[in-house]
Design a protein around this ligand. Structure first.
Ligand SMILES: *[C@@H]1O[C@H](CO)[C@@H](O)[C@H](O)[C@H]1NC(C)=O
Ligand SMILES: *[C@@H]1O[C@H](CO)[C@@H](O)[C@H](O)[C@H]1NC(C)=O
Length: 352
């Protein structure tokens, strides 16, 4: 006969997260938020999932992401938002961020769900959702960590990359494939993360930063669709369960502040109290002299001062020009760029 204790453990393991479904109204639109909360306890930190362009918030990927996050101890909601097409410029991007930020506020304000945003709000996004995630703190001060899956920011000098991240870099993490034609560029990862390690592995001791993985590491083409299982449209198992730095499992452990990280005192990016300390890495203020000697990981503010050589002249940097028309051209390129990405996704989906 199994012991009572074993039976209890079995019961806990069998207990599936509890579905959540609610609505929010923001920017004149009523939207859904669906996901799960853990079975036990209460007063959970919140994880928000934001899907990519044209993907339904509650498709298999969105559902699995939320279930995994709920099994990890978050109340997790995938927010529907205006994502039928890639944003046509800065005001459009901001409009969507305001929409999501307001939805988040309404969720945080509810007393009946057992969600406690003061324990932390992690924003996890794929593609466009990942881009919004990195900047959502600018629209809602409750955001305490961002995990961007294949969603580095593209352009210098305009809304998507104008160096005004309210969320400090020690709370931002990016995972992206080297064959992602749109987001898999080291310079984009450097701009979006605020760290430059001179390598594709730029995960910091505290788990923030970026990891751009290659085919050698994952055993198949690390394209924009690497994360998605072509049959189920859910999360690809090797991504979901991988403890390698690019894997979802490892990234969620970072959100939770895994004590096995090299510096355990830097714990809990996702579940740190909002009024709490900043990540130690950010507080490390160097004298200008020390800085000159050791460029170290850089703050985004430093980027303009750095010579990135050839890569710095890549198209996204052209948007850094002050002239309005150049910025507009860049936006147009951005839209084209992403339409192409979506075309690719669909072609890839159809081919599988
Ligand atoms: C932040 O969360 C608190 C609850 O912890 C809530 O009262 C407040 O309205 C939220 N603010 C925003 C901007 O979401
Ligand atoms: C670890 O955290 C402590 C306290 O925040 C800090 O002083 C120290 O520099 C950190 N070490 C590393 C390797 O990040």
């Amino acid at each position: 006969m199994p012991s009572l204790r074993l039976l209890q453990l079995w019961a806990v393991a069998q207990a599936l997260p509890v579905p959540l479904e609610l609505h929010y109204t923001a920017e004149g639109q009523r939207s859904e938020a669906t996901g799960y909360r853990p079975v036990h306890g209460g007063q959970w930190p919140l994880a928000v999932f934001l899907h990519g362009t044209r993907r339904a918030h509650n498709d298999a990927f969105g559902v699995e992401a939320c279930r995994y996050l709920a099994e990890s101890g978050f109340a997790a909601l995938s927010l529907q938002y205006t994502n039928k097409a890639y944003p046509g410029g800065c005001s459009d991007f901001d409009h969507r961020s305001r929409q999501v930020g307001e939805g988040l506020r309404q969720i945080c304000d509810r007393q009946d769900l057992g969600i406690n945003c003061a324990l932390g709000v992690a924003v996890v996004g794929f593609s466009l959702g990942g881009q919004i995630a990195l900047k959502l703190r600018n629209f809602n001060a409750n955001v305490s960590a961002a995990l961007s899956i294949a969603g580095s920011l593209l352009f210098e000098g305009q809304c998507l990359m104008n160096h005004d991240f309210k969320l400090e870099r020690s709370k931002r993490r990016i995972t992206v494939g080297s064959e992602d034609r749109h987001y898999g560029s080291r310079i984009k990862c450097v701009s979006s993360s605020g760290y430059d390690c001179g390598s594709n592995n730029c995960i910091q001791p505290d788990g923030s930063g970026f990891y751009m993985f290659t085919e050698d590491e994952v055993g198949r083409t690390p394209s924009h669709n690497y994360y998605i299982d072509p049959l189920t449209q859910g999360m690809a198992e090797d991504f979901k369960l991988s403890d390698a730095p690019w894997g979802f499992a490892a990234c969620v452990r970072w959100l939770l502040g895994d004590p096995s990280l090299p510096n355990a005192s830097n714990r809990q990016p996702g579940s740190a109290r909002l009024t709490g300390q900043k990540g130690p890495l950010l507080l490390e203020v160097k004298s200008p002299k020390a800085r000159a000697e050791d460029p170290g990981p850089l703050d985004v503010e430093d980027l303009e001062d750095r010579d990135f050589g050839r890569e710095a002249r890549a198209p996204m940097f052209r948007a850094g020009a002050n002239s309005q028309s150049q910025a507009r051209d860049a936006e147009v390129e951005l839209v084209k760029d992403n339409s192409a990405a979506i075309g690719d996704e669909q072609a890839a989906d159809a081919a599988e």
